[in-house]
Write a protein of this length. Structure first.
Length: 287
């Protein structure tokens, strides 16, 4: 070995790595593992982006429904709203499955879902109700009440509590759909609108169809109801008998709300008066 090599601070000869040492395969293996990890992260981000895109499709359907309603093609408008309702019922499950909050945290999925829900559940149905005149007169005043109550509800910080809504959901698309095809008297439609507006300001326990423990029942009853409604919109089923049959799901939801309310009242302290228990149920001050 040349004398100049002795000045290089390699230490002992045994510390100089050999040309074909075992460290090179270890480094290559670590590189391969890191490459596979980056690949998995890329695919996860693509899946999260697709999940967000699936949710955004609801906004495009809302715009399509608005254009169809402006052209007075109400059958097509309700068909677009039904498709948006199907997306809204499934996008949360898909987003949680692909972990969008972890792999694409820059987009707030809940805020995106709320914006699209306001379009499909409130804005477009109120526009349809104004054009069709199914609301009592003055129509614009009743439609404004629908929008204002929904704006207040959507802007609340305590809209949800676990798997339940704290205030009645703004499902105007369902009400306007049945009112348009069943053609009840305007005073009946006004009574339903008044009830829903009041319930949006009253704190209670309203089950979330896709998050509550009875989700299977909601799917089992709600899916056939949605299918019957789509069949009516496509002209495959006569309107009145099948819509009355599909009305089983709103009745099931109302029965569940009543049952949950009675259950909460029954589990309040027995020493408190009925008025105090009702007040605690509405305000939310549970002991």
């Amino acid at each position: 070995m040349p004398a100049c090599w002795s000045k290089i601070p390699f230490g002992p000869k045994s510390a100089i790595p050999a040309k074909n040492s075992a460290m090179r395969p270890a480094a290559s293996q670590a590189t391969r593992v890191a490459t596979r990890s980056v690949g998995r992260l890329t695919w996860a981000r693509c899946a999260a982006a697709c999940a967000h895109g699936y949710t955004i499709t609801g906004g495009i359907l809302a715009l399509s429904a608005l254009v169809a309603a402006a052209e007075r093609n109400f059958d097509q408008a309700f068909l677009f709203l039904a498709a948006a309702l199907g997306i809204d019922a499934t996008d949360g499950i898909i987003a949680r499955h692909f972990g969008v909050t972890k792999h694409w945290p820059n987009i707030d999925g809940e805020k995106l879902d709320a914006l699209i829900d306001f379009m499909t559940f409130v804005a477009v149905p109120a526009f349809i109700a104004t054009l069709t005149g199914i609301l009592p007169r003055p129509v614009f005043l009743w439609a404004s009440a629908m929008v204002v109550a929904s704006l207040v509800r959507f802007s609340r910080r305590d809209t949800k509590d676990g798997g339940r809504f704290c205030y009645f959901p703004s499902c105007w698309n369902v009400l306007i759909f049945y009112a348009f095809y069943l053609e009840p008297p305007r005073i009946v439609v006004g009574a339903f609108v008044t009830t829903m507006v009041v319930l949006m300001f009253v704190r209670g326990h309203f089950p979330h169809p896709m998050m509550h423990s009875t989700r299977r029942w909601h799917i089992a009853i709600g899916t056939p109801a949605l299918a019957m409604g789509i069949g009516v919109l496509l002209g495959m089923l006569p309107a009145r008998p099948w819509l009355l049959l599909s009305f089983a799901y709103p009745l099931f939801y109302a029965a569940q709300v009543i049952w949950m309310t009675v259950w909460d009242l029954a589990h309040q302290p027995p020493t408190s008066s009925l008025l105090r228990r009702l007040t605690a149920l509405i305000i939310g001050n549970y002991p």
